[in-house]
Design a protein around this ligand. Structure first.
Ligand code: NDP
Length: 341
């Protein structure tokens, strides 16, 4: 926006079920001016993440919920427009926690400078390395410690996080079995990402297919979904197997209390280690993860798909693609273009 206005999505009320434009409003507001110690950031990409729906709610969660009336929180890649802080210079690209808005003010907290225009392939770096890649990396490698020959099952396997998990599992010499919601997604993770097998949970009997593709049981479950799919995998976990509990997307829009896993007893019977995690728990290890992920990307070892919608005004419609499975890879909105340095 260059007319002196700033569009901001504000949370009007807490959604029940799928978030709609009754819950979030796109307001046109005056352009903010950075004070001393502040910078004005123009959003280039807004990442749309399943957790956005959690932040809209007031459920017990790992961060403060977004307050009613506040700008919607989102992970952004942006460019510094004006700066009154030594932390960032005009024209630099930044990444981190921001707002669903054309522009925002920052004192630098929660944002990292990642370079100048032309120095980094911004969409790829932002899409794969800002959250998704490190989530896959830490959840699989730090929590589950995969060993060659082990069987790793990944749910939401064709998604942004899941597809990276399967590929890292393969690099570590494991068998990777993915569960996804369409034949096209199953084909993609097998043909492009190198998964050994894929199960379409919408058309196939997940339990029977797990028996076929995991004849020696499951050593690692990277869980993104929850519900009945997780129960089927739980029933096939080996002794001393591990679960990285990364997400429970099947529950984020629930309007009623969701039942617990029916196969919870398996954790006892098979001495399964289960750990929930949030990527930021591993902040101190980010540089190592980023270095390896960018190296794998550069070498063409890490395949990924970016699903980029255009226009801040489409953020909410776009977000809901995550919950009906119509996103094809890492979902984000292009809000503006990078200006030359
Ligand atoms: P994805 O790109 O995987 O998109 C979400 C996918 O989830 C959809 O495409 C859909 O794929 C699947 N899905 C949605 N609803 C259901 C359902 N009811 N049952 C089964 N599958 C469903 O998103 P992300 O990669 O960004 O996120 C994946 C998971 O990782 C989420 O649970 C998210 O919360 C979690 N996450 C956790 C982080 C952490 O720090 N712990 C950080 C980032 C993400 P399909 O077509 O296969 O159904």
């Amino acid at each position: 926006m260059s007319n002196g206005k700033n569009r901001v999505w504000r949370l009007a009320k807490r959604p029940e079920g799928t978030a709609s434009d009754n819950d979030l409003h796109l307001a046109e507001e005056a352009m903010p001016e950075p004070g001393e110690g502040e910078a004005l950031i123009r959003t280039v990409y807004l990442s749309l993440d399943p957790t956005n729906r959690i932040w809209m709610s007031d459920m017990d969660q790992y961060m403060e919920p977004v307050k009613i009336g506040d700008p919607m929180r989102g992970i952004i890649a942006g460019q510094v427009v004006k700066s009154n802080t030594p932390k960032m210079k005009e024209g630099e690209l930044v990444m981190g926690v921001g707002h669903w808005a054309d522009y925002m003010l920052t004192d630098g907290r929660g944002l990292s400078v990642i370079g100048k225009p032309g120095q980094v392939p911004l969409a790829e770096l932002f899409g794969v390395c800002s959250a998704v890649g490190p989530t896959a990396y830490f959840g699989l490698l730090h929590l589950c410690e995969p060993k060659p020959g082990e069987t790793v099952v990944v749910t939401a396997a064709a998604g942004a996080v899941g597809s990276v998990v399967g590929q890292i599992a393969k690099m570590k010499g494991c068998r990777a079995v993915g569960i996804a919601g369409s034949d096209e997604k199953c084909q993609w993770i097998k043909d492009e990402c190198g998964f050994d097998a894929a199960i379409n949970y919408k058309t196939e009997d997940v339990g029977a297919m797990l028996d076929r593709y995991c004849p020696e049981g499951v050593d690692i479950l990277f869980e993104n979904v929850g519900g009945s799919i997780m129960d089927e995998v739980l029933a096939r976990m080996n002794d001393f197997s591990r679960i990285a509990l990364c997400g429970l997307i099947s529950q984020y829009n629930a309007t009623e209390p969701v039942p617990g896993p029916y196969n919870f007893k398996q954790i006892l019977m098979h001495r399964i280690k289960v750990q929930g995690f949030i990527t930021s728990d591993f902040a101190k290890d980010y540089p190592k993860a980023m270095a390896e992920l960018t190296q794998w990307m550069g070498e063409g070892k890490l395949k990924f798909r970016l699903d980029i919608d255009k226009g801040l005004e489409n953020a909410l419609t776009s977000l809901n693609k995550l919950y009906d499975g119509s996103n094809q890879g890492k979902l984000m909105v292009e809000v503006s273009e990078v200006a030359a340095a």
